[in-house]
Ligand binder design. Structure first.
Ligand SMILES: Nc1ncnc2c1ncn2[C@@H]1O[C@H](COP(=O)(O)OP(=O)(O)OP(=O)(O)O)[C@@H](O)[C@H]1O
Ligand SMILES: [Mg+2]
Length: 147
């Protein structure tokens, strides 16, 4: 049914739930599994940049940010492998989340995207986050939105 499942991870509990569903589907269908996190470079004020470089902290600060997300990614990968899925991939890309997820799917023969209905912002009134809304509208493949 599905040969390659993509799971976009933003580190939220919603995305972890999606990972659990994706692992189950991958076991059922013998699918390949890829976890993808999309980062955005945030603008650092000039004053802060000066301080960071004077203290030689620039690299460390950026790396520390990615490390937290990488740990979440490593945990879901370990869970997938513990359940018997081989060849699980982790990818981190920079860009606009929805566009990057849709492009990754198109370029890597992904036939299902499994993602949370909401993510880190998690506004109670919103039924769908903007990333899940855009991806489910724009992707050419099946999109499973977990809740
Ligand atoms: N930067 C990201 N990288 C990878 N996946 C992401 C990213 N952001 C969101 N996702 C995926 O999209 C799902 C829905 O998150 P989304 O960002 O749409 O909701 P939100 O954070 O509640 O609202 P919004 O970001 O629109 O304010 C997440 O559970 C996750 O699977
Ligand atoms: Mg979000």
């Amino acid at each position: 049914m599905f040969t390659h499942i993509l799971v976009p991870i933003d580190g939220s509990a919603h995305s972890l739930k999606a990972a659990g569903v994706a692992i189950d589907l991958a076991l059922k269908y013998g699918s390949r599994l890829t976890f993808l996190h999309v980062t955005r470079r945030f603008p650092v004020p000039e004053k802060l940049k000066e301080y960071l470089s004077a203290e030689q902290l620039q690299g460390e600060q950026l790396y520390a940010l990615d490390e937290a997300t990488e740990k979440v990614m490593a945990d879901v990968k370990a869970e997938a492998e513990a359940k018997g899925i081989a060849g699980v991939k982790m990818r981190v890309k920079e860009g606009k989340p929805s566009r990057t997820i849709v492009e990754y799917a198109a370029n890597h023969a992904v036939d299902a995207i499994v993602m949370g209905s909401r993510g880190l912002t998690d506004i109670e009134a919103a039924l769908l986050g903007s990333v899940s809304h855009k991806v489910s509208s724009l992707a050419a493949c099946t999109v499973v939105v977990t809740r």
